[in-house]
Design a binder for this molecule. Sequence first.
Ligand SMILES: Cc1cc2nc3c(=O)[nH]c(=O)nc-3n(C[C@H](O)[C@H](O)[C@H](O)COP(=O)(O)OP(=O)(O)OC[C@H]3O[C@@H](n4cnc5c(N)ncnc54)[C@H](O)[C@@H]3O)c2cc1C
Length: 289
Amino acid sequence: MKNPPFEYHQPDTLEDAIQLLAVYGDEAKVLAGGQSLLPLMGLRLVRPSHVIDIGRVAGLGAISTESSGVSVGALVSHSMAERSEKLRTNAPLVHQAMPYVGHRAIRNRGTVCGSVAHADPAAEMPAVCRAAGASMIAVSSRGERAIEADEFFVGYLQTALDVDEILTEIRFPALAEGTGTAVVEVARRHGDYALVGLACSLTVESTITAAALSFFGAGSTPIRLGEVEQLLIGEEPNEAAFTTAAAAVRSSIEPSADVHGSANYRRYLAGVLTQRGLTQAASTVGVLA
Ligand SMILES: Cc1cc2nc3c(=O)[nH]c(=O)nc-3n(C[C@H](O)[C@H](O)[C@H](O)COP(=O)(O)OP(=O)(O)OC[C@H]3O[C@@H](n4cnc5c(N)ncnc54)[C@H](O)[C@@H]3O)c2cc1C
C-alpha cells in the first residue's frame, strides 16, 4: 500500500508540534505509533497534507503516579503500559486490557493515547477509559483542557478533540478501596478486534457500592450501561446478582450487525461477558459471595 503524498514534520518540542497544528489544522494529522493512521492512509481513507510525527517530542513518554491517580503520556506504547507496575496497581483495567490489544509487534509501536484519539469503538482502551472515569488532557495554542471520558467519544472514530489539539496524557483516577476490575472479550482470533468486549469494575463494602460496565464492539462508541450499573448497587456480589445484570444487559444493549456477527449474537455475547466479567472483578478483590 502506497501512501498519498504529504509533507512530513518532526517537531522536537510540544510547543513546535502545537504550532504546526495551529497552522495546518484539519489538513494535518498527528502521527504517534502509526498502527492505525498509516493503514488508513495506505487505503486512502485518510489523506492528510501534513503529518506531524510527535515521536521525538520530549516529555510525553512517562507513566506517573500522584495521590489522585496515574497518568499515561502520549508516547507510552501499549507494551510499556503492559509492563508497568504503576499501571498494574493503580489502573489495573489498562493492564488487564493489554494482552487483547493486537499482537506484540503492534503493541510495541502503538500508543495508549493514539488508541484513545483514534476512538475505534471495538478497541479496548476507549472502553477502559470510560469504565475507569479517565480524563483526557488536550493541549493546543489556546491552552490546556481536560475532557472527561464520558464526553470524549462522540461517534465512530470521532472524539471531542479539536483539529488543533494534541492528547498529551490520560489521567486515571485512584481506585476506591475494595474495587475489583476485569476486561473480557470474544474475538474470532486472538489479537483481532473484539466482536464484543467489556471493561468492568465493582466496588464492594459489604454490598456493591459502585459498578461500571463499559462495552466495546457494541455500538459506534464505547457504551456505558448506567441503568444496569444501578441495578447492582446494594446487591451482594454473587451469581444471582450477576445473572440479573446479564439479563438486563441483553435487553438494553443495541449492538449493530456486520459481516463478523449478527446483532442478536452480539447481544447474547454481551450478556455472557457481563456474567464472566463481574465474576472475575469480584474475584480479584476476594469478595465473590
Ligand atoms: C493488525 C492490527 C490489529 C490491531 N488490533 C487491535 C486490537 O485488537 N485492539 C486495539 O485496541 N487496537 C488494535 N490495533 C490498533 C493499535 O492498537 C493502534 O496502535 C492504535 O489504535 C493507535 O495507536 P497509534 O499510536 O499507532 O496511533 P496512530 O496510528 O499514530 O494514530 C491514530 C489516530 O490517532 C491520532 N492521534 C494519535 N496520537 C494522538 C495524540 N497524542 N493526540 C491527538 N491525536 C492523536 C492520529 O492523528 C490518528 O488519527 C490494531 C492495529 C493493527 C494494525
